[in-house]
Design a protein around this ligand. Structure first.
Ligand code: CO8
Length: 260
């Protein structure tokens, strides 16, 4: 696929995916959503050497300022629901990606932008990052999973307040609420995310994928997360990496994992 709105740079096994619509504060239009879908459902899954993905926004002002308002202002109920369904499906692909996906939040993360950051496994915020779910200002509610994932991260009471007041909050507050994992000086978001991916890359890749799958199972309607954990634990026992990890421990050496 020829990407128009994503700039993708691979360095040392890490894909830095930059959403690049700076003039519209990196708002997610349909083309950008298609490109995210292609990356997370096809291209990114094909690369065995990939250690992880970092999502960030072009420029210094915004991570992503939301879904592109100009595209959905005339939707009716059926079209709106289809729009939200498509977005949710793509964000599930991010959440279910088998390698770590980290949002490097370099500025505004509003509406669909906050929802995209929440679909990532971890979030590193720069000091200038600003978060919020302002949809009620537009007569809408979040449609890309925001009412669900905000509750998952910060709890029902505070999530309801932020969803109903549309208040923006800064990186320090996001850290206090448990929405982001780290706050770093502006400009250092991607470097911190790389450091985290490098650390995770020293672990057994199949086990990392199973951690992601098992944690996601907790939030899947109709799924018994404990049962999924048992199945995934068993799957890990069948891997060469488990033998290697256990032997390396007993032989007092560093494990050399092959991802098998
Ligand atoms: N969509 C389209 N364009 C945008 C968006 C957006 N979400 N955000 C900013 N822009 C554009 C502006 O229109 C402006 O364009 P132009 O220069 O052509 O006038 C440019 O980006 C710069 O923006 P501002 O001039 O407004 O910059 P400020 O520094 O004054 O303000 C803000 C920055 C506070 C971020 C402001 O731009 C803003 O409030 N943006 C909108 C934020 C918002 O409401 N986001 C939520 C959108 S709704 C959503 O995401 C729902 C997701 C689920 C959808 C489900 C489908 C139905």
């Amino acid at each position: 696929m020829h990407y128009q709105n994503l700039h993708i740079e691979h360095t040392a096994g890490i894909a830095v995916v930059t959403i690049s619509r700076e003039k519209a504060l990196n708002a997610l239009n349909s083309q950008t959503m298609l490109e995210l879908k292609h990356f997370f459902e096809e291209e990114g899954l094909k690369s065995n050497d990939l250690k992880g993905v970092i999502l960030t926004g072009a420029g210094e002002k915004a991570f992503v300022a939301g879904a592109d308002i100009s595209e959905f202002k005339d939707l009716d109920a059926t079209q709106g629901a289809a729009f939200a369904q498509r977005g949710q499906d793509i964000f599930f692909s991010v959440e279910r990606f088998p390698k770590p996906v980290i949002a490097a939040v370099n500025g505004f993360a509003l509406g669909g932008g906050c929802e995209l950051a929440m679909a990532c496994h971890l979030r590193v915020a720069g000091e200038r990052a600003r978060f919020g779910q302002p949809e009620v200002n537009l007569g809408l509610i979040p449609g890309y999973g925001g009412t669900q994932r905000l509750v998952q991260y910060i709890g029902k009471g505070k999530a309801l307040e932020l969803l109903m007041t549309a208040d923006m909050f800064d990186a320090a507050e996001a850290l206090r609420l448990g929405l982001v994992n780290y706050v770093v000086p502006a400009g250092e978001e991607v470097d911190k995310a790389k450091e985290l991916i490098e650390k995770i890359a020293t672990k057994a890749p199949v086990a990392i994928a199973k951690v992601i799958e098992s944690v996601n199972a907790y939030f899947e309607a109709g799924t018994d997360g404990f049962a999924r954990e048992i199945k995934s634990f068993g799957d890990c026992c069948d891997t060469a990496d488990f033998r290697e990890g256990a032997n390396a421990f007993l032989e007092k050496r560093k494990a050399n994992f092959q991802g098998k």
